[in-house]
Design a protein around this ligand. Structure first.
Ligand code: AP5
Ligand code: MG
Length: 214
């Protein structure tokens, strides 16, 4: 099964992916997380990547392809933040990765800005510290033992969030219409509710989808 989670920055893609892979065994492909790891490791491309992410711009497709290609043979994949344009969607087709289901999360701008304001991320791992819903359950990928710091993301600044949101709203129209024309089932999710309610809705619908398509 190959699933894509779409949603604007801060809509909860990472949060819901984390909960879903705990329940079902998916290989999660999140270019954003892979890019942040590349920055932490100070890889060859880190200065180029930093400039793009800091300014809320998409990274060149070729760099993204080189990051994700090694995972595409997995049987069950959950894409978080990919594809971001039509060319990236076509790359999946060229590699015989057929998408079965799309989860499309929508959230109001006011919720998004509030959530981003209170989000911290681990400098090394994929952990998120959510100061808004501040309780232990919200400290994901518990890396308390590693000693790595939780920091603000370099692209979580008001003006950059605004740019990322606008760009997302433009990109997503073409991508969704491409998958809709291809006959892929799109599950629309109201992401304005609390984390658990959103998860329960998604989980229930995925299970029903599995049953129908077994
Ligand atoms: P990426 O890392 O993918 O960022 P994004 O798409 O902007 O999304 P975010 O990670 O900011 O938000 P999210 O939806 O995961 O929300 P989260 O679950 O953390 O990309 C970053 C950059 O990398 C891009 O701008 C680009 O430069 C580059 N890049 C990435 N992919 C690329 C690609 N394919 N091609 C080219 N470039 C690419 O939730 C946010 C907060 O809200 C958390 O604190 C969470 O706890 C909280 N929260 C979540 N859900 C709820 C809820 N229901 N109620 C209350 N709080 C909630
Ligand atoms: Mg994310």
């Amino acid at each position: 099964m190959k699933i894509i989670i779409f949603g604007a920055p801060g809509s909860g893609k990472g949060t819901q992916s984390f909960l879903l892979i705990k329940k079902k065994s998916f290989c999660k492909i999140s270019p954003g997380e892979l890019l942040r790891l590349e920055l932490f490791n100070k890889g060859n491309l880190s200065s180029k990547i930093t400039t793009f992410i800091k300014n809320g711009k998409l990274i060149d497709d070729d760099i993204i392809f080189s990051l994700i290609s090694r995972y595409l043979n997995s049987e069950n994949i959950l894409f978080d933040g990919y594809p971001r344009n039509l060319n990236q969607a076509l790359y999946l087709d060229d590699n015989n990765v057929k998408i079965d289901l799309i989860i499309n999360i929508t959230v109001s701008f006011s919720h998004i800005f509030k959530r981003m304001k209170y989000r911290m991320v681990s400098e090394k791992t994929y952990s998120v510290l959510d100061l808004l819903n501040n309780n232990v359950d919200c400290i994901r990928y518990k890396d308390n033992d590693t000693g790595f710091n939780f920091l603000k993301r370099i692209d979580d600044k008001y003006t950059i969030i605004d740019k990322r949101l606008n760009d997302y709203n433009i990109e997503i129209v073409n991508i969704l219409s491409y998958y809709s024309r291809s006959g892929v089932f799109i599950l629309n999710v109201d992401g304005n509710h609390d984390i658990n309610s959103v998860y329960m809705f998604i989980e229930k619908n995925i299970s029903e989808f599995y049953k129908k398509n077994e």
